[in-house]
Design a protein around this ligand. Structure first.
Ligand code: DX5
Ligand code: ZN
Length: 218
């Protein structure tokens, strides 16, 4: 199976956002990846509801929204209303993760859990059946264009084992430092969804880069 490609709009040109949305619409990428930061959970701010709504109005593919915010349960309906199709919250940001995931599903969105680089996959043992996707952060969240953390391959393989053991259908998504070198190894380790920001949007030919990532051989 070829991986799902989710271009991260954080690396798009915000002066020409419509052109970058159109590029993704016309490419072989399946999803739009949207990074929401609150300046508390991560040391950076990104964008919020008006930008998500604007992207939704032009996007012809699902919005995969990655929340790097504390207490995400406060905004689940607001993200649904803004246009999210898949909402991912951080394991580290949720005191009542089980409740939050079910709140997301009750709003007819898919529910994902993101893990920071230091959070072990084994912490998902009792929640893996309640999630549609696990996002393995392969950089410390907060910024695009960072160096890939090598231990992520091992975490993906461990997650794959857990998913099989628990008979879960969760997808494995990887986010941070995904490029032509890391993509084949990530797919080989078991990744189903590749998020890529800089490697796509800073490339001379973004649709070609999307194709390259998509055809990363197992
Ligand atoms: C980082 C974000 C990523 C980021 C990836 O906190 O979650 O989605 O945009 O950017 P690259 O692919 O450039 O590492
Ligand atoms: Zn992200």
């Amino acid at each position: 199976m070829k991986p799902i490609i989710a271009p991260s709009m954080l690396s798009a040109n915000f002066c020409h956002l419509e052109a970058d949305i159109q590029m993704v619409n016309e490419s072989t990428a399946e999803w739009f990846h949207l990074d929401i930061m609150d300046g508390v959970f991560v040391p950076n701010l990104s964008y919020g509801m008006p930008v998500i709504k604007a992207i939704k109005s032009k996007a012809e593919k699902p919005l995969d929204v990655h929340l790097m915010i504390i207490q995400p349960e406060r905004y689940i309906t607001a993200f649904k209303d803004a246009g999210a199709d898949l909402l991912t919250v951080h394991w580290e940001a949720c005191t009542h993760l089980h409740r939050t995931l079910h709140q997301i599903r009750n709003e007819d969105m898919l529910a994902g859990i993101a893990l920071n680089p230091h959070t072990p996959v084994s912490f998902l043992e009792d929640i893996i059946q309640d999630t549609d996707m696990v996002l393995i952060m392969s950089v410390n969240p907060g910024f695009g264009g960072q160096k890939f953390i090598e231990n992520s391959y091992h975490k993906i393989a461990a997650l794959k084992d857990l998913i099989i053991k628990k008979k879960s259908n969760a997808l494995i998504e990887v986010d941070g430092g995904v490029n032509a070198e890391t993509a084949p190894l990530l797919v080989k380790a078991g990744a189903d969804v590749l998020v890529a920001g800089n490697s796509i949007f800073k490339h001379a030919n973004p649709p070609e880069m999307i194709e390259l990532l998509k055809n990363a051989k197992k």
